[in-house]
Ligand binder design. Structure first.
Ligand SMILES: *Cc1c(COP(=O)(O)O)cnc(C)c1O
Length: 713
């Protein structure tokens, strides 16, 4: 099981490559990837930027040569020194202000963690947030442990067939080639803990992934002794089968608590990222009742150190299980809480009206003390949605607060901008990333310097897109026509709009195609061409999302659009980095009030890509009139049909009257000064307010610290 072979194959001089490859930290240190790139560039590429796979495929001869290559050793030594410094740093932000009040870690439960594209255990924004929180916790010295799943097939890979329909491809991940290590029980067993699933007992194995100083424990049901079906339970993310979902959620919530106990980890704060993991509250209730507490005092003890973050105002985003399913899985559990059926089911009800169905968000609310939404607007929507839990309180009094999402800057910023920051702001800029005044220095950077960096990032993106199309063509899997819809005709000088995110109804992925005749005129202007790059997956069961993808592809292959609309397959973190760094304009047009926060626009914003977004989620806080563009107004229309029409009109008008003229007003060396002014304003205003550093500090101060007895300042 242990890949001792790999560590023993490494020459002694460079044997810490094993440790580096098994810590995601390498991916967010600006020179981390250089170690693996310079080791063997072709293998680095063909391994999918997966150092563990790369190392396992390198020949002994090449490894020996590297161990004697002074150029390689210089990179290796310098990165390892930074690694040791980061791992041992004792004067962290957390150590300075909070450490003495925390007697144990924060346990962070999440169905998905997006850490790196080589570990595909995430689907979208929720996972990105969880991953970014873990990375930032490491940077700030916050003691956090994650609990999640090690899905061998993860989320699917997306291919489009010749007719432009999404096909889902599940690839089996080789665990030997993933940056994870098995965790064994004290007796040396694979099985760490057990949970009951209806009539049977299930054993859980655990994998450890290191994210800098943070450990994430990933649960796996593929253990000897489990039934063949149960061994598959953790194979994939987000099944639409309610039985599979509840089984996974029992494993995550109840199993997760038992695994932490078995490992001797004693959290002082428990954080449920979304309702999926809310069963953890039940298990901790059970423990306390077993210790002799009454139900009431056990419940308040559980609440007293539990945080719950809700991420969506869309009703289908909240799991509700039927009473029949609850009976099947919990009939032998609720007696251990000293409860009757009715009282047990009431824990998953938002109000006293006796609705059928057990709502995981209601359970999470009922078992936590601190609850938060993920933006200011979303806080109000969440209060409206859950007010029935507190019928006696007004909306303003509903005890749900907000912490606006943020992004882990070292993960999402381009290497080119890191160099610029180091030059103008100094090497220690990451420590100041949430200081608004600090960033103002960037306003003095010459326009041309910023613009040259942007141009380079844009051509990187085009290269990646064309390279992918070419590879698919070489593999003999696609027709020539498909290659054209994959961006083969894109022009790196044209104003380029990016729209990349999950394809699902409320995000209105095809809104910009609302009036195709008008759009044609916009994109086809020979002097001021515009192109649009789409990318994103649709949940396998989301037929309307799949239809939108098909619709985009239909336009992409329409000769009348001249190859200026493209759909790039298989959106993931890797592609997201290129897109959010390389397009000119980042389009986001959800139906207002339905996008809780959104984070991709923040990634774009810190890289100087201007946002054009509906004033929803984070953008309602981020938009200042000078750092991007607001689509529509900050109120809602009478109907969604009406809203689509108005917002589409707003997008076209912004493009025609403002954006295109601004972008193409370039001086003789091709620099659009007014545009660059906005680019700088985008970086300077978005960086300090939407970096994960600001977010994780806020979680600590507002939500975690009060739960360990501290006073929120
Ligand atoms: C950032 C990111 C998301 C979240 O995008 P939103 O626009 O906020 O929905 C989803 N998927 C990937 C791969 C990302 O990198």
């Amino acid at each position: 099981m242990l890949d001792n072979t790999l560590s023993s194959r490494l020459p002694e001089r460079i044997n810490r490559l094993y440790e580096l490859a098994h810590n995601i930290w390498w991916s967010w240190h600006p020179r981390g990837r250089d170690v693996f790139r310079s080791l063997d560039y072709p293998l680095w590429r063909s391994s999918g930027h997966n150092p563990v796979k790369q190392l396992s495929e390198m020949t002994g001869g090449k490894l020996l040569a590297a161990a004697e290559d002074p150029a390689f050793l210089a990179v290796y030594d310098s990165v390892m020194a930074s690694f040791d410094e980061a791992m041992q740093k004792s004067d962290t932000w957390f150590a300075g202000s909070y450490q003495k009040d925390f007697q144990g870690p924060i346990a962070y439960f999440s169905m998905e963690f997006a850490l790196h594209s080589s570990l595909p255990i995430y689907a979208g924004g929720l996972g990105i947030l969880a991953g970014d929180i873990c990375k930032e916790a490491s940077d700030l010295g916050l003691p956090l442990v994650g609990i999640g799943f090690m899905y061998p097939q993860g989320y699917f890979h997306q291919h489009l067939n010749a007719d432009g329909w999404q096909e889902e491809i599940y690839q089996q991940l080789s665990f030997q080639e993933a940056p994870i290590r098995p965790v064994l029980s004290a007796e040396g067993q694979r099985s760490i803990a057990q949970v009951r699933l209806a009539n049977r007992s299930l054993s859980l194995a655990v994998w450890l992934v290191k994210v800098g100083r943070v450990s994430i424990y990933l649960l796996d049901t593929d253990v000897e002794g489990n039934t063949a079906e149960d061994r598959q339970l953790s194979a994939r993310l987000y099944s639409s089968d309610p039985e599979l979902r509840i089984q996974q959620e029992i494993v995550l919530g109840i199993g997760g608590v038992r695994v932490l106990r078995a490992l001797g980890i004693q959290p002082v704060v428990w954080h449920a990222n979304e309702g999926h993991s809310a069963f953890m509250g039940l298990e901790r209730l059970r423990e306390k009742i077993e210790d002799g507490k009454s139900f009431e005092s056990a419940l308040s003890a559980v609440q007293s150190n539990t945080v719950f973050t809700t991420h969506t105002p869309v009703p289908s985003g909240h799991d509700v299980f039927s009473p029949e399913i609850m009976d099947k899985y919990f009939a032998d559990y609720w007696p251990s809480l000293g409860l009757e059926r009715e009282k047990f089911l009431a824990l998953g009800r938002p109000d006293s009206r006796g609705q059928a169905g057990f709502n995981m968000t209601a359970l999470a609310i009922n078992t936590s003390l601190k609850r938060n939404a993920v933006s200011r607007l979303h806080e109000m929507e969440t209060r409206k949605m859950w007010q029935p839990v507190w019928p006696e309180l007004s909306l303003e009094q509903v005890p749900i607060t907000y912490v606006t999402n943020g992004i882990h800057v070292p993960t999402w910023i381009s290497y080119e901008l890191v160099e610029l920051f180091e030059k103008y702001l100094g090497k220690h800029w990451p420590e100041k990333q949430d200081d608004p005044d600090f960033w103002k220095k960037l306003l003095d950077v010459p326009d041309k310097e910023i613009w040259m960096i942007h141009r380079a990032l844009k051509s990187n993106l085009m290269e990646v897109i064309v390279g992918r199309a070419q590879q698919r063509w070489l593999d003999g899997e696609v027709t020539a026509q498909q290659v054209l819809t994959m961006g083969a005709l894109l022009n790196s000088h044209a104003l380029t709009i990016g729209f990349s995110r999950r394809f699902t109804g409320y995000k209105r992925p095809a809104l910009i195609l609302y009036d195709t005749e008008r759009l044609k005129k916009i994109v086809n202007n020979p002097w001021r061409p515009v192109q649009i790059i789409f990318s994103g997956k649709s949940h396998p069961a989301d037929l309307s999302g799949k239809y939108s993808i098909h619709n985009v592809c239909r336009i992409a292959r329409d000769r009348a659009f001249q190859g200026r609309v493209a759909f790039i397959e298989d959106y993931d973190m890797h592609l997201a980095r290129y897109l959010t760094q390389g397009v000119d304009l980042w389009l986001n047009n959800p139906l207002r009030l339905l996008e809780a926060s959104g984070t991709s626009g923040m990634k774009a914003g810190i890289n100087g890509v201007l946002n054009m977004s509906v004033r929803d989620g984070w953008w309602e806080e981020g938009y200042n009139g000078r750092n991007g563009f607001a689509v529509g107004a900050n109120w809602e229309s009478a109907s969604s049909v009406e809203q689509d029409k108005e917002d589409a009109e707003s997008i076209y008008r912004l493009l025609e009257d403002k954006i295109i003229p601004l972008y193409y007003e370039q001086d003789r060396s091709g620099v659009p000064h007014e545009w660059v002014k906005m680019v700088k304003e985008s970086i300077v205003s978005i960086m300090p307010n939407f970096c994960a550093s600001r977010m994780v500090k806020e979680y600590t101060e507002k939500l975690y610290y009060p739960l360990v007895g501290g006073n929120h300042k």
